[in-house]
Ligand binder design. Structure first.
Ligand SMILES: Nc1ncnc2c1ncn2[C@@H]1O[C@H](COP(=O)(O)OP(=O)(O)OP(=O)(O)O)[C@@H](O)[C@H]1O
Length: 261
């Protein structure tokens, strides 16, 4: 297997993962993973099922303790200064997490109050965010009545309520139709452009990667590449990111094709 590491950064990284390993009992899920992502960029965490993406997200969000290695967010260590680190992060988990029996507004205002945001301020933020995810007309509807894509939009709005500077999304488009997938991805890319929010987008879908993206390639718990798409493509002597990924992960054609859709 080839390994590609590229890219330099000045100042504190939005996210720095240093020599992180994690095991479930005897099952090794992450092996000595190190990379950093710059503030305000769209970075793709690309890996097939079982690569370790959700495990890494669980460590970054402090659901699991990092026992080997360290993780910091804008220079704040997730173990030693978890409050400082986590208030800069918004997270959309792979599994659906809305309370189906509450309205859209109630789901969001509950989350706002967890962050100490209440009253008129909460209402204003909720209305502005619902507008930006194009869901204003559903504010009083029960979450249960929304489609999968609409629920994802509400989860994204919720993750942005406390104004994080780094947004993590774990397989955010899973289970959605092609149009909803494209809409959600475009919406998130626009956030990076207009609001300067950094995004760390985990996916197994190579067609979600754009030429200008930073990509972190994870395979069977190991980091295989970390850099710009064009850097990774040229460093592997490939003609596309799909071919680069196939080469890096040592995949056969059938497995690589499965990463397309
Ligand atoms: N709770 C657990 N107990 C034991 N092994 C686990 C557990 N969770 C994950 N694993 C294993 O750890 C490895 C990484 O899993 P992880 O869910 O992090 O990968 P992933 O890239 O998110 O995959 P997917 O896209 O399928 O969610 C896999 O081999 C998986 O079987």
């Amino acid at each position: 297997m080839q390994h590609v590491k590229t890219g330099e950064m000045n100042g504190p990284a939005a996210l720095e993962v240093a020599a992180v390993s994690y095991s479930y009992g005897t099952k090794r899920a992450l092996s000595d993973v190190s990379f950093a992502i710059a503030p305000g960029t769209f970075t793709v965490l690309l890996g097939l099922n079982g690569a370790g993406k959700t495990t890494l997200f669980s460590l970054i969000s402090h659901l699991y303790n990092t026992r080997h290695g360290s993780i910091s967010i804008f220079g704040h260590d997730i173990g030693r200064a978890s409050g400082e680190a986590l208030r800069r992060v918004g997270i959309v988990f792979q599994a659906r997490t809305l309370d189906l029996d509450l309205s859209v507004y109630q789901n969001l205002s509950y989350h706002a109050s967890l962050h100490g945001i209440g009253g008129r301020e909460a209402r204003q933020r909720i209305e502005a965010l619902l507008q930006s995810v194009d869901m204003s007309d559903r504010i009083n509807d029960k979450a249960r009545s929304l489609s999968g894509g609409q629920m994802r939009r509400i989860e994204i709005a919720r993750a942005l309520l406390h104004r994080p500077t780094l947004l993590l999304l774990d397989e955010a488009t899973v289970g959605l139709d092609i149009q909803s997938r494209a809409d959600i991805l475009a919406m998130i890319r626009k956030l990076v452009e207009t609001d300067g929010i950094g995004v760390f987008w985990a996916t197994h879908l190579i067609d979600e990667v754009d030429d200008g993206d930073h990509v972190v390639v994870l395979h069977k718990g190991s980091l295989l590449a970390n850099g710009g798409v064009t850097e990774i493509v040229s460093a592997t002597g490939s003609s596309s990111i799909r071919e680069a990924f196939t080469r890096l992960a040592g995949l056969d054609a059938a497995t690589a094709a499965g990463a397309a859709s």
